[in-house]
Ligand binder design. Structure first.
Ligand SMILES: [Fe+2]
Ligand SMILES: [Fe+2]
Length: 250
């Protein structure tokens, strides 16, 4: 993974400099994008396929990064807790992001049981979830877990707006779009906390982790880029992105 991940040059281990580097790394790029395709082009069947692909991670949203909580200390730990508390609904079950997504699946007519689509998704979708789990579960990789979460939050708000637009365009209602609506604002806040208070503070407090913070962010973009490309390339060739789908879509 490290060999295949282009990592930016490290700035000084200071909050603002680290946040700036992460925001530059994750800035939206022109060219093909899965979320833009969903906003403008995808049909209803492809929108459903996208939700099935996302179910592997999103029905367990935040859990993989929560593994890093006991592996951090001080300011970084407090910042991670602030983000995660929000992900878990701040104590309100109805606002827990995992549950918002379960409602998205149910109202779209899909199965919200965990793992329902695990045999249908390609290996790269599983790799995306495995990557963040590996980072979260290993103390030596806590810098990478933090960088991964920062990049994840920084690349969420704008795509979520596009996905909500696409879901409505193909006829789904507000309940289906709610998870994505919620993330337009939530992740615009989370990305600030993740860049400065989480990644920036960790780099100041443990400068030896700066390289891994940047690696984790870059690895998130690389692997999630591969997963998104897999789906886009299948759709552009009029195929399903799921395993076990036969034939060419008409
Ligand atoms: Fe969330
Ligand atoms: Fe978030």
């Amino acid at each position: 993974m490290r060999e295949r991940t282009p990592v930016p040059d490290a700035p000084l281990p200071q909050r603002e400099a680290v946040a700036e580097t992460l925001f530059a790394l994750t800035a939206p790029t022109p060219g093909p994008s899965l979320s833009r395709y969903i906003a403008r082009t995808a049909d209803r069947e492809q929108a459903l396929e996208f939700l099935m692909q996302r179910s592997i991670y999103t029905l367990r949203e935040a859990d993989a990064h929560s593994w890093a909580i006991p592996r951090l200390t001080g300011r970084a730990k407090a910042a991670l807790m602030e983000i995660q508390a929000d992900e878990y609904g701040g104590g309100d079950f109805d606002r827990m992001h995992q549950d918002l997504f379960a409602r998205t699946l149910l109202h779209a007519g899909l199965d919200a049981g965990y793992g329902a689509y695990v045999d249908r998704v390609p290996a790269i979708t599983l790799a995306s979830f495995n990557l963040m789990t590996m980072f979260g579960l290993n103390r030596r990789l806590r810098g990478a877990a933090v960088g991964h979460l920062a990049a994840f939050e920084m690349t969420s708000s704008i795509p979520c707006r596009a996905i909500a637009e696409g879901l409505r365009r193909v006829g789904f209602d507000d309940v289906v779009a709610d998870y994505y609506d919620e993330h337009v604002e939530a992740d615009a806040v989370h990305e600030q906390i993740a860049g400065r208070d989480l990644a920036g503070s960790l780099a100041e407090d443990e400068p030896e982790l700066l390289g891994d913070i940047l690696f984790g962010a870059a690895a998130c973009l690389t692997v999630d880029g591969w997963a998104g490309d897999h789906i886009l390339q299948a759709w552009e060739a009029s195929r399903s992105s799921l395993r076990g789908a036969v034939g060419v879509r008409s």
